[in-house]
Design a protein around this ligand. Structure first.
Ligand SMILES: Nc1nc2c(ncn2[C@@H]2O[C@H](COP(=O)(O)OP(=O)(O)O)[C@@H](O)[C@H]2O)c(=O)[nH]1
Ligand SMILES: [Mg+2]
Length: 206
């Protein structure tokens, strides 16, 4: 079946491993700092404003959402990271359910790592990509909120990220599992060409 993002169903909301769906489908996983624009992008991709609630108060129960798209693959929405959590130990940067998700054997097509185009990589994002490379999970950078910058600043920011990816490629070679070309989105805008490009990217890997 072709992937058009026409049919999107919420299949599972999981707080722990036992609640992850059993049926095996390719999975496209969305990760990023809290507030990076993950829910907005998920809604834009699926052309549904209410699919993922935007701007949820951070710090609530950490849940993984599995959406089945066109009966073909799962879009997996992992908890945002990076907000202060007093109760958590320094070394535990990603939520327990995120660790559980990645430690289970699943059919992972790619991780979409969202970065705010104005901020680029933060420490936690770099920890995430080290982790993904360690487990040989392909990852694609998605630069969010492009509309917040002028066209020329968008390009500057994009080239900076491309240079960082290139450095990583030179340092790690085939041991870095990233796609080389970041995709830039303005998910809050109607008919955003970046969101279209991301849909095509997803269709090409699932
Ligand atoms: N200007 C602009 N604002 C965005 C965009 N995407 C998200 N936002 C805003 O950024 C804030 C956080 O977005 P949200 O999707 O809830 O982030 P999440 O925490 O990663 O799920 C909200 O106020 C959104 O309206 C975008 O592409 N452009
Ligand atoms: Mg969100």
């Amino acid at each position: 079946m072709s992937v058009q993002f026409n049919k999107v169903e919420l299949t599972a909301v999981a707080a722990q491993t036992e609640q992850f769906p059993q049926r095996s489908l390719p999975e496209v996983i969305m990760v990023g700092r809290s507030n990076v624009g993950k829910s907005t992008l998920l809604n834009a991709l699926c052309r549904n404003k209410n699919l993922a609630r935007t701007s949820q108060t951070p710090g609530k129960t950490q849940l993984v959402f599995f959406f089945t798209v066109d009966d073909s693959f799962y879009l997996v929405d992992l908890p945002g990271y990076g907000f202060a959590q007093a109760s958590r130990k320094q070394e535990e940067n990603f939520s327990r359910v995120t660790d559980q998700y990645f430690s289970q054997e699943r059919q992972r097509a790619a991780v979409l790592l969202l970065l705010d185009i104005r901020r680029g990589f933060g420490d936690l994002d770099l920890q995430m990509v080290d982790f993904l490379d360690y487990y040989h999970i392909p990852w694609q950078i998605v630069l969010t909120k492009a509309d917040k910058l002028s066209r020329s600043r968008q390009n500057d920011a994009r080239f900076k990220i491309i240079a960082e990816l290139k450095k990583r490629r030179e340092a790690l070679g085939q041991e870095s599992f990233h796609f080389d070309r970041p995709i830039m989105v303005s998910a809050n805008q109607a008919n955003d060409p970046g969101t279209d490009e991301l849909r095509r990217f997803i269709a090409s890997i699932v």
